[in-house]
Design a protein around this ligand. Structure first.
Ligand SMILES: Cc1cc2nc3c(=O)[nH]c(=O)nc-3n(C[C@H](O)[C@H](O)[C@H](O)COP(=O)(O)OP(=O)(O)OC[C@H]3O[C@@H](n4cnc5c(N)ncnc54)[C@H](O)[C@@H]3O)c2cc1C
Length: 434
């Protein structure tokens, strides 16, 4: 069988890897570089070191990524480091290592409010079946557990930073999928996170090379411009038309809808479920000095312009980047948000500078060595209430086209590990257990 896999992110690579192992003929098409949202670019002056366009780490519970790294012969480059996470609130930094820090977190309200929030999170962790939570919004969940104030003051701003205007629609099952697996990365209130030294791009490069060695045709830097569904189907890449037995679509469904022949396939387009996505804009600063000791900081401070700050070199050593300290300044937002859409690096720096100065006394423009900008319009599906019933199926939406994408990892957040798991589930469901 000849299958065309559209998308060279971790999902497309995993699907191609498994299907070629089973003897299928595979063509993999990626419009940009291999690696998708997790891709990195060569760091200036360090051609063998890649920096992720968007910060990436793995949890100790992310077993499938670890297995893949081992399988590709890169196990010795996977490093684990203790990291510090915290919150930005009321103009200052608050460590958030576990329940004690939550109880000490004054911006949450009085001590009783903090206890109620702790209780609600305890109940969340005790929930065995996430489907019980699928019909509840996060607001409903917290209010039912007496933690309304904790929701308003902590979780709502966190959800706004993640899902922008969709925050109030986020399902409590998504919260479960985010909180429960992450607890496994904490030992005695110390979180350990993993990183592939030199960048996760190394993994994707090795996978791409191995696929090519196994006869997979890999087309990079050229977008699929049209897909023709049917019993035998066709993918059009620029001037080239590639007939095949089946297409595996790994990007968002709204991108697929745009490429199905307009007019003739109107009813097919209508069959695709509408999965809303949020966009992300990340300003990357390379500094001469660190900003803080924190790896990960979420902001719930309404006066601050960013939703999160990730200091990558508090996970990976700055020596890997010529001694420079790498900081990601992050905003998830609606796709057309005028604060970010179409803005230049300089405009974004101007936008964030007052908050950077306010929160990080060590910040100064004179310490910036380089700036990079990363944006993506399909950064994350919005896992809204009832998402369990509207998740796209792998097969059956459009004749000849299978869908395997990050909208199917629910109730978990769309990380690399869950994308690999989803790809394996897709193969097992549609091709049997090999
Ligand atoms: C800001 C941010 C931080 C993250 N942090 C982490 C983290 O710390 N740890 C973690 O595990 N995960 C993290 N993730 C999530 C992780 O990056 C994704 O889960 C994973 O990369 C998704 O892989 P995918 O292959 O499903 O989708 P994608 O990577 O989106 O791949 C889909 C591919 O399809 C391609 N495509 C789309 N249209 C076409 C077309 N017409 N023709 C050809 N190709 C096309 C796209 O270019 C893209 O490469 C993060 C994501 C973001 C945005």
């Amino acid at each position: 069988m000849h299958l065309v896999v559209v998308g060279g992110g971790i999902t497309g690579l995993t699907v191609a890897w498994e299907l070629v192992r089973r003897g299928h003929k595979i063509t993999l098409i990626e419009r940009n570089v291999i690696g998708g949202l997790a891709a990195g670019f060569p760091y200036p002056g360090k051609p063998e070191t890649f920096l992720e366009r968007f910060y990436h780490h793995i949890f100790t519970s992310d077993q499938l990524v670890q297995q893949m790294i081992e399988q590709m012969g890169l196990g010795c480059e996977l490093v684990w480091r203790p990291t510090l996470s915290g919150l930005i609130a009321e103009g200052q930094l608050w460590p958030m290592r576990g329940p004690i820090d939550l109880l000490r977190f004054r911006p949450l309200g009085n001590f009783v409010d903090r206890l109620w929030l702790g209780w609600a999170l305890f109940c969340l962790r005790q929930t065995k079946n996430w489907e019980e939570l699928d019909g509840l919004t996060c607001r409903e969940f917290f209010f039912r557990h007496g933690a309304g104030r904790g929701y308003e003051r902590l979780w709502l701003p966190l959800l706004q930073a993640k899902f922008a205007d969709f925050a109030e629609q986020a399902s409590a099952a998504f919260l479960w999928g985010r909180v429960v697996p992450r607890a496994g990365s904490r030992h005695k209130n110390q979180e350990h996170l993993g990183y592939l030294r030199g960048g996760f791009q190394k993994l994707f490069r090795v996978m791409g090379d191995s696929l090519a060695d196994r006869g997979v045709r890999i087309i990079l830097g050229r977008p699929v411009s049209r897909v023709v569904p049917g019993k035998t189907c066709e993918v059009v890449v620029e001037e080239e038309s590639i007939p095949c037995d089946r297409i595996v679509w790994t990007a968002s469904l709204s991108l697929l809808a745009r490429l199905l022949d307009p007019g003739a396939n109107e009813p097919l387009q209508n069959r695709l479920p509408q999965v809303p996505y949020v966009a992300v804009t990340v300003l990357i600063l390379a500094l001469t000095e660190p900003l803080s000791d924190y790896y990960w900081l979420n902001s719930i401070d309404p006066s601050v312009s960013f939703g999160a700050v990730i200091e990558h070199t508090n996970l990976a050593p700055p020596e890997d980047y010529g001694g420079e300290h790498i900081v990601y300044v992050v905003n998830y937002h609606l796709q057309e948000d005028p604060r970010f859409h179409g803005k230049s690096i300089e405009e974004l720096l101007e936008y964030h500078e007052p908050s950077l100065k306010q929160i990080f006394p060590r910040y100064s423009r004179t310490k910036i060595r380089r700036l990079f900008l990363s944006q993506d319009s399909f950064a994350s599906p919005v896992y809204h209430v009832g998402f369990g019933n509207s998740m796209p199926p792998y097969r059956g939406l459009v004749p000849g086209i299978d869908v395997c994408n990050m909208a199917q990892v629910y109730p978990f957040d769309r990380n690399m590990n869950h994308c690999i798991q989803n790809a394996l589930n897709y193969i097992a469901t549609c091709f049997g257990r090999g």
